[in-house]
Design a protein. Structure first.
Length: 158
């Protein structure tokens, strides 16, 4: 018997694979709470705008997903994202573990975890290798990501 929560997560990742940020956002509840190492904590429309921005910039993007599991009102998945980081032009392969909370057929919480040091070594090169593990570099990466999202949202509003 198909599990509707599993189907929701499959639909979310299908949209992600197709670079369909609107399809991804449609899987979220209006009060979505998202968190990851790069952006920190985002709420509501910020989350859909993050995907619109990232997928709009993504070059050479591909995503594979496996290990989708659903128990009760929770789900999890493991994805491998491959893309060229737009700021440096360097290729990135990022293994992302995701956890979801689901309510009334929508994702209400989405937490992504990945190795930020590994990501920074690929995306930022030497500075990521030398400093990517430090709290200061983590804060710098998060600040830059949040600023990019804010700029994107301001531009989209005009």
């Amino acid at each position: 018997m198909p599990n509707s929560n599993t189907e929701l997560i499959e639909r979310f990742y299908r949209a992600f694979q197709e670079r369909d940020a609107e399809g991804m956002a449609a899987c979220y509840a209006p009060d979505i709470r998202f968190q990851d190492p790069a952006f920190g904590l985002l709420h509501g429309r910020e989350v859909g705008d993050m995907w619109r921005m990232l997928l709009g910039r993504a070059a050479d993007f591909s995503l594979t997903v496996d290990e989708i599991r659903s128990i009760g009102q929770t789900a999890s998945a493991v994805a491998i994202a491959r893309y060229t980081y737009s700021a440096t032009g360097w290729p990135v392969v990022n293994r992302i573990e995701s956890r979801f909370a689901i309510r009334d057929g929508f994702i209400v919480e989405h937490i992504d975890t990945f190795d930020l040091w590994r990501w920074s070594r690929q995306a930022l090169g030497a500075s990521g290798l030398l400093l990517g593990w430090t709290p200061r570099m983590r804060a710098t990466i998060q600040k830059k990501a949040r600023r990019a999202l804010s700029d994107y949202r301001n531009k989209a509003a005009t």
